[in-house]
Design a protein around this ligand. Sequence first.
Ligand SMILES: Cc1cc2nc3c(=O)[nH]c(=O)nc-3n(C[C@H](O)[C@H](O)[C@H](O)COP(=O)(O)OP(=O)(O)OC[C@H]3O[C@@H](n4cnc5c(N)ncnc54)[C@H](O)[C@@H]3O)c2cc1C
Length: 511
Amino acid sequence: MSASAVAKPQTATTHVDVLIVGAGISGIGSAYHLQEQCPGKTYAILEMKDTFGGTWETHKYPGVRSDSDLYTFGYRFKPWVGAPIASAEEILKYMGEVIEENGIGPHIHYGHRITKAAWDSGSNLWTVEATRNADGAAVTFTANFLWMCQGYYDHEKPYMPDWPGMDRYKGKLIHAQLWDPEIDYAGKKILVIGSGATAATVIPAFAEKAAHVTMLQRSPTYFFCSENKNELADKLRAGGIDEPTIHRVVRAQIMYDQDMMTKRCIAEPDAVFEELKMLVRAFSGKEDFPFEPHFTPKYRPWQQRLAFCPEGDIFRAIAAGKVSAVTDEIDTFTETGVRTKGGAEIEADIIVAATGFNLLMMGGIPFEVDGKPVDWHETVNYRGMMFTGVPNMVWVMGYFRASWTLRVDMLGDFVCNLLNHMDQKGAKRVEVALREEDAGMPLGDWIEGDNFNPGYLMRGLKKMPKRGDKPEWRHNQDYWAERDQIPATDLEGSEFLYDGVRAGSRVKEDA
Ligand SMILES: Cc1cc2nc3c(=O)[nH]c(=O)nc-3n(C[C@H](O)[C@H](O)[C@H](O)COP(=O)(O)OP(=O)(O)OC[C@H]3O[C@@H](n4cnc5c(N)ncnc54)[C@H](O)[C@@H]3O)c2cc1C
């Protein structure tokens, strides 16, 4: 009998009001807000992994940690009580507590990989098909509303460039995203290819046990060194202030500082760079720390994520001679390592590619609306969360410069307001559509390259939706603007259509 002839078990269809995709930090936070703000709604979370955590479960390389502070990366509703920069383990513990304290667990269906999502305007329902990992059963859910919290990259296939001679290399070559904690690297020579946030984390961690670590980068990155503590939080705690208050106040302080920093990076990038250098000198203990050529980037600070170094760890490891940097391109892999275009031979027992992600729009799930496949690049994105032509669906895409989770909380409020508003109106369907005043609006790539330009986004722009030139039709990555704009959204604004009727009019439209 052929494999295809083996019948897979088929389960009965389950209906929920709201279906959340993904049990990462976005999905869990969204579930919390739904329970709090729309207590009458039934919901389920579908998660392809066997546990929660998303990013924090996928990455297992040494030292994996946040590069945002947890006062803002943590949810607004659950105080963070530890050091600002947290390990993956601490983040998972925090998420586990949120699940436990709020009874979210029974709603999560682990081991369910979604394979299709189809909207039907006749029934005003999403039909979501999934495969249950345990037995291969086909599982079907229907839902009135889809809350997409599947993250932005492929959890299974990281971005691994195709370098010449890779197959000749006799050592171990692995992408950081696929790192197996069983790999023994004590006393080994390690080459890390890349210099972004992952490299900044993994290099000092490797340096603790490895014989030597080389960082090979095509171009330099900005690093921000700081102690892993928050003085304000420590003072308030010493003064006996309660944790919810500390969380609120410290979040506000950090957000203010970040806002100032972002503005300064744009207004006075050279002065900011001088300050970043001062911190490197202080943490490395080397007044003459050499910034040329390996630590002088070509782009503006903040155009890509600034790599955070708690206690200046990578620079301390460089100053101690445990880590060295090479800025060059790979010419070829050799049997023993890598030869660069500049002729350097770098020998390594283990080569770790910290080369980033493959962007994956909507978790790679094929979408249909009324039988027609959705091409996301043909849609226009409403405030980085809804799409023209795709009803009853919101996508959670966080911030790149500020903590991702700030947007999870913000969109949580938005979605719940929207659902409650639909109930008040008796509407079964909501979508966004360009308005009369948007006629002729130039449509461009989802994000401007000179605003934020990491490789995975630039490689994936053709899979992303389009952006207009008005705040409604952009994800401007500006938390400080959005924190006023999004809560003030007029849900009766003319960009919204309810049951096909444009808000503020009585005319039914084919959106
Ligand atoms: C190593 C690393 C460190 C980072 N550090 C920070 C940081 O310090 N601060 C910050 O703001 N951001 C950081 N980020 C960005 C980070 O990804 C987000 O902040 C955040 O964790 C994303 O959460 P999420 O829940 O939206 O998505 P993910 O964490 O990607 O979770 C999505 C979940 O959806 C599931 N899923 C996807 N497709 C399907 C499907 N078809 N069917 C079923 N389930 C599916 C996945 O299995 C996963 O569990 C970091 C990213 C990485 C990789």
